[in-house]
Structures are given as C-alpha cells and as structure tokens.
Ligand binder design. Structure first.
Ligand code: NAD
Length: 499
C-alpha cells in the first residue's frame, strides 16, 4: 500500500460506466456490473455495465434507424469529412484524459498510451480525406449502346467487437473507415477496457455525428458479442481478438450470412541476418517484444537469427532488455507496463513452465517482477528453442522471446512460415535482395524491413492463414465496409426480344 500513496493521480473513486444508444448515455439500472481493477496498481478504477441481449437489440435498432434516415448514410461526403476532422480535434483536445484511462484499464505505460491516442486522431484525419475520395468506376468500353457504372455504397449496420490490448487505437483503425462511407455502428469493447470507447461517444456527438450512428453496448463476449454475431439486422461483423474467439464469431455470422472481417492472433517472426545493423536490430527486437508488455498482436516474439551471429546477437538483445524501464504505468519513464489480468498473467507464467519442460533454456527473465504494485512479467529470453515447440508456435502474448537459428535465407523463410499464424514479420538485413525475397515469401499481412511495429494510416493491415480474413486501414479498409453495385445502362433504343 505504501507504493500507492506515491500515486496521487490514481482516481479517488470508481468511475461508473453506462452504455450508449441512440445519442444517449444509459445507466446500468438493475443490470449486473463488473468492477475493473487497474492492472498496474490493483485498485478498482471503473465499473462496467453488463448489457443484455435486449440492449443489443435496442442498439441495433438505433443504428438501423439512423442508417435508413440517411442523415449520415446519404449525406455529402464533405459533411462526413468535416465531422471526422472535428472528431480528430476532439480526441487531441482530450488526449490526456483518454490516455490516462487507457493506461489505468490496460496497464500500458502512459507515454505509450499518449502516443496511441495521438495516432488514433490521425486515423480520423486520414478518413476525412478518404471519405471525399471514395468513388466507383465507369465502363465506357461496352459499345455504343451500353454504359457501365460501378458504385460503392455503405453496407448498413456494422457490429464492431474490440479487444483489451489496444482499446482506442484498434477502434480508430476501424471506426472512421466504417463511418467514412456512411455506415452505422454498434461497438462492443472488451469488458476490461470500456471507458475510452464510451468517452469517444461524447466526442462523436460534439463533432456532429448524428444520433444512432455510433452505439456502444458493454459487457461480456459470450452474451453481447455473441448476440451481435448472430443478429439478423447487423450486416457486417468486424472482430478483433483471439483466433479461438474469431472462429466462434465466424461460425455465428453464418446465421444471416453477414460479411466478417477478422483480425486475429499472431506469432510474428523477427528474422535477423548476419549482415544487419545489429545494434538497430537488437533494439528493434527488444522494442517489438516489450511493446504493450508483449500483449500485442504484431509482437515480434519469435527471433529467428542467422547461426553465425546467434550467440552474439542474443547477448546484445539481452543487454538491451536488461535496460528496459519496468514500472508504474503512470510514470512517464516506464517502458514496460503491466499484464492485463490475473488469468492472463497465469497463462504467460504457465508458458514459461512449459518452455522449460520442452527443453528451452531461460537466458533472461523467466518470471514475475518483484516489488511493484501490479502484475508485471520480466522480459524473458528462451534459447535452445526448436521451431516445432509449443512455445515457438503458440501466441504467449507476453514479453517472452523464443530464439531459433537458421543457416540460410531459405531455412529462415521455412521456419518463419511454418506456423498457423501469418500476421506480421520483421526482416533485418542490409542486403536488398534478401530483404525483398523474404518480404515476398513470408506469410504475413504486414512486413517491416529494418524496423518493426511502425507505420500509420494509409496502408492496409490484416492477416494470412489463422491471423484473419479481410483488411483494415487504407482505402481497402474503407472499401471493406461498402457494397459494390454494378449498373448497366442502355443507350438508345433497345432491340426487342419479341419481334
Ligand atoms: P478475445 O478473443 O478474448 O476477445 C476479443 C473481444 O471478443 C472482446 O470484446 C470479448 O469480450 C469478445 N468476445 C469474447 N467471446 C466472444 C464470443 N463468444 N462472441 C463474440 N465476442 C466475444 O481477445 P482479447 O483477449 O481481448 O485480445 C487478445 C487477442 O486479440 C490476441 O489473440 C491478439 O493477437 C488479438 N488481436 C489482434 C489484432 C489484429 O489486428 N490482428 C489486434 C489486437 C488484438
């Protein structure tokens, strides 16, 4: 408790959260609630409403009503663009507050949260421009008597289910893209991290997004998320979360043949060649592992390093990791934050045990950090790892690096691709031929060369194999949420079928 006294910035009381339907915040009423403890401090900070399936029905009806009214779905793109720019400005104005709640509920370091909220605003700005650019195609090549037009129109009501690891930025990588073409949305944030999704409702309303276009239903996945996935009046589900839950969601969407966009798990390779800038690569590997305490879909958790430098490079990575600042999430110097929940903390520790049983050696870390007020796991390096071990195949979702070695580029690619996932990959080399060959060959929706976890709006993201279906971000991310319509328009007198 002594430590907590030093953190006068922790909230003085638990923040009660309602849910948001048709432009109004509703109280929990007699619904059950769940108290959320800050993972970095183990004190209660917020209380989330566990909505019911009938709340989902209300939210979907509001979204459908807003869509049919045309106030957003059929307005001039310039109106949407202006509103999205106002949303971005509203986010920037409230950046400190949003980052603070993001840090409290997720356990991520405050400086990282602040960067994410700023990046989130950038997505709304990008989509403001993209809204004006969205257009169809014409086919002026079908002879004198036919003209073809392809239009894109908003699909309708989108159900957006988001995870706990990046509540605000994952929302920002989807919501403005969904809104840009005129859809309405029902969002279900993770029950652990709902506050900032609700704060956004206020910002959207102030920016002039009409009532009913954005609705938030909080609560449990198997109740609220499941009700959304089977709902007959939701046209698309955009799900971001684990591969196991994604499979259940995909199955549920077949009830009315919804479109589904799934962004799922990853076990992402960091491929390091002997000719790389090894200091930069070691720093990148350390960052890619510790970012969000490894609770990141694109975390670079599999180091695949060339034999010739494996020992030296592993030492370099260990040296960097030993200097990572671990600590209080609200301290601006902290680089590695807390683990989101007790259950997840135990899961990571169980993987460390498994690693030892599978024959891996603990070269660094290997357990909890002592003397902190929350749940923290030390950056861990596991060596002597064979590519087929479970620790090298399954998503541990913590700051745990497995080290495997390769002899040549072909073997590196084989190890990288021999995995059920295909979300992201990083390649470190000064040889352009190797970089391009690996970039082309690796099974990953996102690749980085000589960097990792970088980039902003504009380029699409998504996964190969069991890392997902569809793409978010960029123009593709907007097009995902549109329906394409082909029109064939006859010119002049049609030739009669019946003479
Ligand atoms: P999760 O699958 O447990 O939960 C994600 C969301 O789904 C939550 O809102 C949850 O309440 C809801 N949910 C749970 N059961 C449901 C059900 N039966 N039907 C509908 N919804 C349900 O995932 P998580 O633990 O919150 O997040 C971590 C996972 O997310 C990791 O696997 C990570 O790789 C993945 N992730 C992927 C990306 C990406 O872009 N690919 C981004 C962030 C996180």
């Amino acid at each position: 408790m002594d430590q907590l006294k030093n953190h006068s910035t922790l909230p003085g009381s638990v923040r009660p959260l309602g849910f948001y339907v048709n432009g109004s915040m509703r109280d929990a009423g007699d619904r059950e609630t769940l108290v959320r403890e800050a993972p970095g401090y183990l004190v209660p900070v917020s209380e989330v409403t566990l909505c019911t399936t009938s709340d989902v029905d209300d939210a979907v009806a509001a979204a459908r009503g807003a869509f049919e009214s045309g106030a957003w779905s059929r307005c001039d793109a310039a109106v949407r663009a202006t509103a999205l720019l106002r949303v971005a400005a509203g986010i920037r104005e409230r950046l400190d507050e949003i980052a603070y709640w993001e840090t409290l509920e997720t356990g991520k370091p405050i400086t990282q949260a602040r960067a994410e909220i700023g990046d989130a605003a950038g997505h709304y700005e990008y989509c403001a421009g993209a809204a004006r650019m969205l257009h169809g195609e014409t086919y002026n090549n079908q002879g004198d008597q036919m003209f073809g037009v392809v239009t894109r129109q908003p699909t309708g009501v989108v159900g957006l289910i988001t995870p706990w690891n990046f509540p605000f930025i994952v929302l920002a990588e989807r919501l403005p893209y969904i809104l840009a073409s005129g859809n309405s949305v029902v969002v279900k944030p993770s029950e652990m991290t709902s506050t900032t999704t609700l704060v956004l409702a206020e910002i959207l309303a102030e920016a002039g997004i009409p009532d009913g276009v954005y609705n938030v239903v909080t609560g449990l996945g198997p109740v609220v998320g499941q009700a959304m996935s089977v709902h007959p009046d939701i046209d698309i589900i955009s799900f971001t979360g684990s591969t196991a839950t994604g499979a259940a969601v995909l199955q549920a969407t077949t009830s009315n043949f919804k479109k589904a966009s799934l962004e799922l798990g990853g076990k992402n390779p960091q491929i390091v060649f002997a000719d790389a800038d090894l200091d930069a690569a070691a720093d990148g590997v350390a960052f890619g592992l510790c970012f969000n305490a490894g609770q990141c879909c694109v975390s670079g958790s599999r180091l695949i390093v060339e034999d010739a430098i494996a020992e030296r490079f592993t030492e370099m990575v260990k040296e960097k990791l030993a200097r990572v600042k671990i600590g209080e999430c609200l301290d601006p110097d902290t680089q590695l934050g807390a683990i989101v929940s007790k259950q997840h903390h135990e899961k990571i520790l169980s993987y460390l045990e498994l690693g030892t049983k599978e024959g891996a050696a603990v070269a660094l870390g290997g357990g909890e950090c002592e003397g902190l007020s929350g749940r923290y796991i030390a950056p861990t390096v596991l060596t002597d790892v064979q590519p087929n071990m479970r620790i090298a195949q399954e998503e541990i979702f913590g700051p745990v690096l497995t080290v495997t070695t390769f002899g040549d580029a072909e073997e590196a690619l084989k190890i990288a691709n021999d995995c059920q996932y295909g979300l992201a990959a990083s390649i470190w080399t000064k040889d352009i031929d190797k970089a391009l060959t690996l970039m082309r060959g690796v099974h990953a929706g996102r690749t980085w060369v000589n960097t990792t976890i970088a980039g902003g709006p504009g380029q699409p993201m998504g996964g190969f194999k069991q890392s997902g279906i569809g793409r978010e971000g960029g123009m593709l991310g907007i097009e995902e949420y549109t329906e394409v319509k082909s029109a064939h328009i006859a010119i002049g007198q049609r030739t009669n079928w019946i003479a």
